[in-house]
Design a protein around this ligand. Structure first.
Ligand SMILES: Cc1cc2nc3c(=O)[nH]c(=O)nc-3n(C[C@H](O)[C@H](O)[C@H](O)COP(=O)(O)O)c2cc1C
Length: 328
């Protein structure tokens, strides 16, 4: 039976960051947060001999796999793979402005061809047990154009998808980098409010520029849900408060030695299968904003070179023990 999924708080897909290891940390800190994979090109998904390393989903549900592509057969196959790997949702990326992605005919440039996007979404619908969704921008180019956005949504909703994540700024396809495209085009949350009032039965999740958990709480009262990227990239440990603030749990998660042990138990069997940096980097953010952490960081980086997981675990355990009050 199809599960009812709650997207009140979502971690945005982020290439190079929302790896299987990072998602494991997120899941340790919050049972309910809705997670996303990094964007994976449909061709990579289909042809990879290394699928488990890139999109393993070891009980990280609720979770969506984000795919980039525009070829119907590839997208259909991608949905099948996501379903087989127990993802709850497959999401089409129609927001990435990078040159490489444009060259492959996917990402934000697809907003120019709404019928193609609708057909892609239709192709991705393989069965009732995997939700199909989209992540898009509010428009293209320098100027706001609500009619363009509304017409895009009108068309893609003919595919009968029910969930739309909106990065509430335009994408500018020429002249600025993906990083610039996350800052320079101004935000306009109004577009999301307006489209929601036209389609009250569709779930619209707000993304873009939500820079604190408090702001996220306020916005989640107005919108169906919120999606945060860079705040979690910089400080994933703020997820410890999400279950209480967004999902009515009575207590925050407490960061303790168990957090470190749970994380290491997850990554230890993966040693040698992926780079030490990818395995460990999600945990390095534990030092974010904590005073007198410099020596710990130096020790960690020197131990990362010789890949001694037991030593590394001990340093993190010592840190958590010493800084318990500051990190919680
Ligand atoms: C490092 C990085 C990688 C990203 N990779 C993706 C991606 O793979 N797919 C995607 O749809 N958006 C990607 N984004 C955009 C985010 O999902 C999000 O839409 C954007 O950062 C705005 O949200 P924020 O202001 O909360 O960070 C990426 C953002 C960052 C910072």
């Amino acid at each position: 039976m199809k599960k009812v999924l709650d997207r009140k708080f979502c971690v945005a897909p982020m290439m190079g960051y929302t790896t299987p290891y990072a998602r494991n940390l997120y899941r340790i800190l919050s049972k309910n947060t809705f997670l996303f994979s990094e964007m994976i090109a449909s061709k990579t998904l289909i042809n990879s001999k290394n699928l488990q390393t890139i999109i393993a989903n070891e009980q990280q549900n609720p979770i969506a796999l984000q795919v980039g592509g525009s070829e119907y057969d590839d997208l259909k196959l991608s949905s099948k793979i996501a379903y087989e790997l127990n993802y709850d949702e497959i999401n089409l990326n129609v927001g990435c402005p990078s040159k490489a992605v444009q060259k492959g005919s996917f990402g934000a440039c697809l907003m120019q061809d709404k019928v193609l996007v609708r057909n892609c979404l239709e192709a991705m619908k393989i069965n009732k047990n995997i939700e199909v969704s989209i992540k898009c921008r509010i428009g293209l180019g320098k100027d706001f154009n609500y009619d363009f956005f509304e017409e895009f949504i009108d068309e893609i909703l003919k595919s009968e998808i029910k969930v739309v994540y909106v990065h509430a700024r335009n994408a500018i396809l020429k002249g600025i980098s993906p990083k610039g495209n996350r800052n320079i085009p101004p935000l306009n949350y109004n577009f999301v409010s307006k489209i929601k009032s036209k389609y009250p039965d569709i779930t619209f999740i707000l993304n873009g520029g939500i820079s604190s958990i408090n702001k996220a709480v306020e916005l989640s009262k107005i919108y169906d849900g919120v999606m945060l990227g860079r705040l979690i990239q910089n400080n994933p440990f703020c997820l410890k408060d999400v279950d209480r603030l967004f999902y009515n749990e009575s207590n925050n998660y407490i960061i303790s030695e168990k957090t470190i042990k749970d994380y290491f138990n997850f990554i230890k069997p993966k040693k040698g299968k992926d780079s030490i940096y990818r395995l460990l980097s999600p945990l390095l953010n534990i030092f974010f904003g904590i005073p007198d952490a410099k020596q710990f960081k130096i020790d960690i980086h020197s131990k990362m070179k010789n890949q001694n997981f037991d030593n590394l675990e001990q340093i993190f355990l010592k840190f958590v023990n010493e800084k318990k009050l500051l990190i919680n």
